[in-house]
Write a protein that binds this ligand. Structure first.
Ligand SMILES: [Zn+2]
Length: 83
């Protein structure tokens, strides 16, 4: 896991991300991490179902808002292959 913490907000967000990841969520190994479909700015943290019902790549901050969680049929965390 990366431990970049530029903003205090990112500490909260990483806690959210860890909480999501601790469940029975599955993980997808990727050759490269796509850009978040929601903000089109940050690298995606997961590929998952949104509260709107569609699937999208979401960064940590967008997943905290839009994701319904990690798990089969809900979302998978994206992990770089080199990890
Ligand atoms: Zn985003």
């Amino acid at each position: 896991m990366s431990s970049k913490s530029k903003l205090s907000r990112s500490k909260y967000l990483s806690d959210v991300a860890c909480g999501l990841a601790k469940g029975d969520g599955t993980v997808v190994v990727m050759d490269s991490i796509p850009i978040c479909d929601c903000c089109q700015k940050n690298p995606a943290f997961m590929d998952g179902k949104t509260k709107m019902g569609s699937w999208a790549y979401m960064c940590v901050s967008c997943s905290a808002v839009f994701s319904i969680g990690l798990g089969v049929g809900k979302g998978q965390q994206l992990v770089l292959r080199s990890e």
